[in-house]
Design a binder for this molecule. Structure first.
Ligand SMILES: [Zn+2]
Length: 249
């Protein structure tokens, strides 16, 4: 599904595009290839591949960027990277989890036991070719991305800032969602202290397009959603967070 001239969404549980256990999978037509953000659960990786083939004429060159090592983002990595032959980029922390297939560190053991994922879902190890670091520009297929580390949803969570189709764009992963909802979850590694420490890094970005990995996305006034989250975090109460009431599941 095309979002803007160079941006497509090629997998999503909530939008009914692939497995219901998939996060949103965004893909960008960069000058020298296709850049895919996250890989989903892998439960319907063939459907994700079909969407990629429909949206992009040439898949001979590309790269996969992992935002963090949670099951709905990385369990499909080995299958997708294998089928596409693209290098995978991750943080040093996520690399360790993904290359060792550490299901406990990925949060899969506990969330599978909670019934959040099918009992047979596994994290297949996958090689990570490139490491990105906080604030160090990452150039992939001619696309320039700035990775920003934001703890709170998980210790290894990153968001990515770039210019896309004339819009200042933030791939906000599970860090901050539409409406200023935070990705605080009931799993080890998720905590408000991380958000309090790191979310203010997103205050001066003047984001137009906000592309979270769940729920709605927007191409305009994205910064308002980030600022809403920051305003709530500055108060002495627990902010709106994912999974509460009708907020994003
Ligand atoms: Zn996550």
């Amino acid at each position: 599904m095309r979002i803007s001239p160079s941006l497509a969404i090629v997998g999503s549980g909530q939008f009914g595009l692939s497995s219901r256990f998939d996060c949103h999978l965004y893909a960008v037509q960069a000058p020298e290839g296709v850049v895919l953000f996250d890989a989903g659960s892998g439960l319907k990786h063939d459907v994700v591949l079909a969407h990629l083939r429909n949206e992009f004429a040439d898949l001979s060159r590309g790269a996969i960027v992992v935002t963090h090592a949670h099951p709905d983002h990385v369990c499909g990595l080995a299958a997708l990277a294998g089928a596409l032959g693209w290098p995978v980029y991750a943080s040093a922390q996520a690399k360790q989890i993904i290359e060792s297939g550490d299901e406990a560190a990925a949060g899969l053991v506990v969330t599978r036991a909670m019934g959040g994922y099918p009992p047979d879902l596994r994290l297949a190890p996958c090689s990570i070719e490139g490491i990105y670091e906080d604030g160090v520009p990452l150039h992939l297929c001619g696309l320039s991305l700035t990775p920003i580390a934001v703890r709170g949803h998980s210790p290894d969570s990153f968001v990515f800032l770039c210019q896309l189709d004339g819009l200042r764009t933030l791939f906000s992963a599970d860090v901050v969602f539409y409406g200023g909802v935070l990705g605080l979850i009931n799993v080890d590694g998720s905590d408000l202290a991380g958000y309090r420490a790191d979310l203010p890094k997103l205050a001066p970005l003047s984001v137009e397009a906000l592309l979270p990995a769940h729920g709605l996305f927007t191409l305009r006034f994205g910064q308002r959603h980030i600022d809403t989250a920051l305003t709530q975090l500055a108060k002495g109460f627990v902010p709106r967070m994912v999974g509460q009431g009708d907020l994003i599941l």
